[in-house]
Design a protein around this ligand. Structure first.
Ligand SMILES: C[S@@+](CC[C@H](N)C(=O)[O-])C[C@H]1O[C@@H](n2cnc3c(N)ncnc32)[C@H](O)[C@@H]1O
Length: 190
């Protein structure tokens, strides 16, 4: 891991996710966590009374993350390997923060809508849904996502009953380096 990414996981990622709203004791679901550039800082914030469920379809990425977690003596990360399905295998209203960071571009509109419905189902009332929509029109466009602007993604998520709360832009982790990016926070509200 580069020095930048070490510092990110140790310090700047922790500061950023605190700003986003993670707190000690939170139960977090990091969907599409890869090697844990957000999972590790999240686990540091939530501490021993919290849990981070780290979900990915790539076992090798999960192994790499677990190795880092073991080295750092972080015991509150539960890795979950899936087949890449768009259902979230969690009880309804069991999670306090869902992170969809740099993962939505893997999915076409119908799948994304299914993922939003699932995020809504698993989140507790008033809980936080935080999304980093990388690879949109104005940020390194890719796949179907290349046609959507940040406002389009925001509208898409609001259409799934979430209430938009805040946008955070900063120098944040993308793949294995840092870039300027924006995260959107939503709340589950009836
Ligand atoms: C570009 S990486 C982002 C990793 C991490 N969230 C971050 O921002 O550093 C996307 C990850 O999502 C995973 N992924 C994509 N679709 C998935 C799905 N339906 N279920 C589980 N994992 C998925 C990929 O395997 C990959 O590791």
């Amino acid at each position: 891991m580069t020095k930048d990414m070490e510092t990110w996981e140790k310090e700047n990622g922790v500061k950023f996710l605190r700003k986003v709203g993670l707190r000690p004791g939170h139960i977090v679901l990091d969907f599409g966590c890869r090697v844990g550039h957000y999972t590790i800082p999240a686990a540091k914030i939530v501490g021993n009374n919290g849990i981070v469920y780290a979900v990915d379809k790539e076992q090798q990425a999960l192994n790499e993350m677990q190795q880092k977690a073991t080295h750092l003596n972080l015991k509150n990360i539960r890795t979950i390997k899936t087949s890449g399905q768009t259902t979230l295998d969690f009880e309804s209203e069991s999670i306090e923060v869902v992170l969809f960071y740099d993962v939505l571009h893997y999915h076409e509109q119908k799948e994304r809508e299914k993922l939003y419905v699932e995020a809504y189902r698993v989140l507790k009332q008033d809980a936080l849904f935080s999304v980093y929509p990388k690879h949109i029109l104005e940020d390194d466009p890719l796949q179907e996502f290349r046609r959507l602007s940040l406002s389009d993604v925001k509208r898409e998520i609001e259409a799934s009953n979430f209430v938009f709360e805040h946008k955070f832009c900063d120098l944040i982790s993308h793949d294995d380096s840092l870039n300027q990016g924006c995260v959107l926070n939503f709340r589950k509200q009836e």
